[in-house]
Design a protein around this ligand. Structure first.
Ligand SMILES: O=C(O)CCC(=O)C(=O)O
Ligand SMILES: [Fe+2]
Length: 311
C-alpha cells in the first residue's frame, strides 16, 4: 500500500500550501473564516509563543519517559495515566486526556490553553463558534506523543471518530513539524459536505486520498503555528519511519449554547470580558473524572496571563 513518504515523493507539491490556507494575525478574519468554510482547514501562523511551547514540550517529554515506571502517587489528586500505558509507551508513542500529562507542577495542556486564550487565534475560534462564550470540552481533547513510524495513506473525519456534535478541532504541535522528518498531519481539501462511509476502524480509506492528490496538503509547522480543521475535513496522521518524537495537543471547543451536556465534563467556560480579554468564568469537573487540579490550574494560568499584561 502507498506510504506517506511515497505519496510525497511522487507528488512533492503536497508539501506546498497550494490552496492559500495559511494566515497570520494580520489577515482580516473574514478571509480566514471563508477559507475554513471552503477548504475545511486553515493554518494560523505564529499564534503561540515558541519559547513557552518549548517548556511544555520538555514537561510532556519527561512525562512520556516516566510511563511504565513506578512513580509516587500524584499529590494533586488528579488521575494518573491509563493502565494502557502501565508497561510503557507503544512503538508509535502514547496518547492521553489533557489533564493526565503532568510533570511535577507543570501541566503543559493547561499552559497551552492559557496561551491560546491570549492569542489572536482565540478570536478566530470565537468567530468560528459564532459566540464569545466558548466551552473547552476537555474530555474530547487529546495530548499525543507520536513516535514517527512509516504509515500507509488513509484519512478520517472527526465527525466520525471524535463526535458529530463538535464542529472543529485545533491541532497544536509543541515544536516544528517537518514532513518527511516528523510525524504530523495531512489534509485533503476541499472537504465533502457529509460524513463519508468508512472501513471498520473509522478510516475512509487509501483510495479517497489517492484519488484526490491535487487537494492533499502536508503542512510544515513552525513552533507556534496551529491548524484548525472542521469535523468534515478528511485528514491523516503522517508517518515516515524516522523514529523522531512529536508532541501535540488536539483542543476541542464550541459555543456554550451549542454544546451537548454529555460533552461538558470536565469543561472550562470562557467569556470575553468587557475590556476585551477572554477569561475563564467557570469550570466543571464532576462525575468520576479526577481532573479538578487541572481545571483549577488552567483557570489560574489564564488569569495570570492577564495580570502579567499579556492580554
Ligand atoms: O495528532 C494526530 O496524529 C491526529 C490528530 C487528529 O486526528 C486531530 O487532531 O483531529
Ligand atoms: Fe482527527
Amino acid at each position: 500500500m502507498l506510504s506517506c513518504r511515497e505519496l510525497i515523493k511522487g507528488h512533492p507539491a503536497i508539501l506546498e500550501d497550494r490552496h492559500g490556507l495559511s494566515f497570520t494575525g494580520h489577515t482580516p478574519f473574514p478571509t480566514i473564516i471563508d477559507a475554513l468554510n471552503k477548504s475545511g482547514v486553515v493554518m494560523l501562523r505564529g499564534a503561540l509563543p515558541p519559547k513557552e511551547l518549548r517548556s511544555c514540550r520538555r514537561s510532556f517529554e519527561r512525562f512520556a519517559r516516566r510511563l511504565g515506571k513506578r512513580v509516587a502517587p500524584d499529590p494533586t489528586g488528579d488521575e494518573g495515566p491509563s493502565t494502557e500505558w502501565a508497561t510503557g509507551e507503544r512503538e508509535e508513542g502514547s496518547w492521553h486526556r489533557p489533564w493526565i500529562v503532568r510533570d511535577r507542577d507543570d501541566t503543559p495542556a493547561a499552559a497551552v490553553i492559557a496561551l491560546l486564550l491570549r492569542s489572536w487565534a482565540w478570536k478566530v475560534v470565537e468567530t468560528v463558534c459564532g459566540s464569545t462564550d466558548v466551552v473547552l470540552l476537555l474530555a474530547s481533547c487529546a495530548a499525543r506523543h507520536a513516535i514517527d513510524k512509516e504509515l500507509p495513506i488513509g484519512a478520517h473525519q472527526d465527525c466520525k471518530v471524535v463526535s458529530p456534535d463538535i464542529p472543529f478541532s485545533i491541532w497544536v504541535p509543541l515544536h516544528d513539524v517537518v514532513p518527511l522528518r516528523t510525524s504530523g498531519l495531512g489534509f485533503i481539501v476541499p472537504p465533502p459536505s457529509e460524513m463519508l462511509p468508512t472501513l471498520p476502524h473509522g478510516d475512509i480509506g487509501a483510495d479517497y486520498v489517492a484519488e484526490r492528490v491535487a487537494g492533499a496538503w502536508t503542512p510544515t509547522y513552525r513552533a507556534g503555528d496551529l491548524t484548525l480543521h472542521t469535523k468534515l475535513s478528511p485528514h491523516f496522521t503522517t508517518g515516515y519511519g524516522t523514529r523522531s518524537d512529536r508532541y501535540s495537543f488536539e483542543i476541542r471547543a464550541m459555543a456554550w449554547t451549542d454544546a451537548p451536556e454529555q460533552l461538558q465534563d470536565p469543561a472550562i467556560y470562557v467569556r470575553r470580558r468587557g475590556d476585551g480579554a477572554p477569561v475563564v468564568v467557570q469550570t466543571r469537573c464532576s462525575g468520576d473524572t479526577r481532573a479538578q487540579a487541572f481545571v483549577a490550574k488552567t483557570a489560574l494560568l489564564a488569569a495570570r496571563g492577564l495580570s502579567a499584561g499579556f492580554a
